[in-house]
Design a protein around this ligand. Sequence first.
Ligand SMILES: NC(=O)c1ccc[n+]([C@@H]2O[C@H](COP(=O)([O-])OP(=O)(O)OC[C@H]3O[C@@H](n4cnc5c(N)ncnc54)[C@H](OP(=O)(O)O)[C@@H]3O)[C@@H](O)[C@H]2O)c1
Length: 318
Amino acid sequence: MASNKFGQNGWTPERLGNLSGKTYLITGANSGTGFEASKILLSKGAEVVMLNRNEQRSNKAIADLKAELGADINVSFIKMDLSELSSVQNAVEEIKKKVPKIEALICNAAIAQVPKQVLTPDGFESHIGVNHYGHFVLCGSLFDSLDKSQGRIVVVGSEGYKMGIKTIQFDDMNWDKNYNPMKTYCHSKLAQIMFAYELQDRISSANKNVGVYVCHPGSSATSLIKNSGGLRDRIIFGLMSKTPLVQTAEKGAYPEILCATENKENLNPKAYYGPTGRLQWTGPVGECNLESFAQDKDIAKKLWEVSEKETNHTWNLI
Ligand SMILES: NC(=O)c1ccc[n+]([C@@H]2O[C@H](COP(=O)([O-])OP(=O)(O)OC[C@H]3O[C@@H](n4cnc5c(N)ncnc54)[C@H](OP(=O)(O)O)[C@@H]3O)[C@@H](O)[C@H]2O)c1
């Protein structure tokens, strides 16, 4: 591994300057890394618009942030359920009215290790539906606004991308035949990562002005598995969380903030940012190793075509 561009301790929020006047959209910001990322950005004067599915949990998160940072922080939420593409479209309309300039859209929300196959209201296997298709349509529908803003898209992946089948299961995207909670989560995270690098290439070809960066939070103590995983996985992750193999949710937020805020000159678009220590689960944040199958061009192109067809959403990238 090359030496860390951000120093021995890696990227930390100490590198952040004043962010007032900048607006960040974060999906799934009422808990975990999304909540911690919101807190750090708000503490530097940024505006944060949370894109969350649950009103009550969002109001609680906003109240907690105000209690900690002061009542005058600029935080709000727009209701958006990534499992329903109509909800994503409604949120996009509201965002367009409310946010004139987007600094970065952080695709942070996810579900993980759902014990049994669940289909979204649009008929997609829930991991691919929420984690990939929902964000695919969100990014595509906001693309013109992001381009006008010269903004960024940050895709939050997972080291899980290499713990599954290491490709996209085009002949059964819904896992009707071989559903497996872990493999299906890993499949969706690989899809998100492949989407991001393919999007970069399409942006370059279309001469557009949106930066796309990819990161992962390592292994972080959040409610991800508790919320959507089965009992066995909840117990295993609960025990693991008490060991040095798992870091705080706050540290897990650093890679996404790095990608959303760092000077473009200091960022490598083809990189994969996250903790660089043991197993890439914890440690100083910088460029991580990425296995080559995650940048397989043929698979990525096919995934793009399948995603446009399945979601009935065509990107305006000409
Ligand atoms: N924690 C880790 O060790 C780890 C490891 C690798 C990757 N990641 C990635 O890190 C990111 C953040 O996860 P986290 O660990 O912070 O988990 P988390 O605390 O469970 O946060 C996930 C967020 O996503 C939201 N969400 C779930 N389904 C949604 C939907 N249909 N529409 C809109 N929002 C939805 C959740 O909302 P609700 O509160 O309403 O459920 C929650 O706010 C994810 O992309 C995950 O894949 C985490």
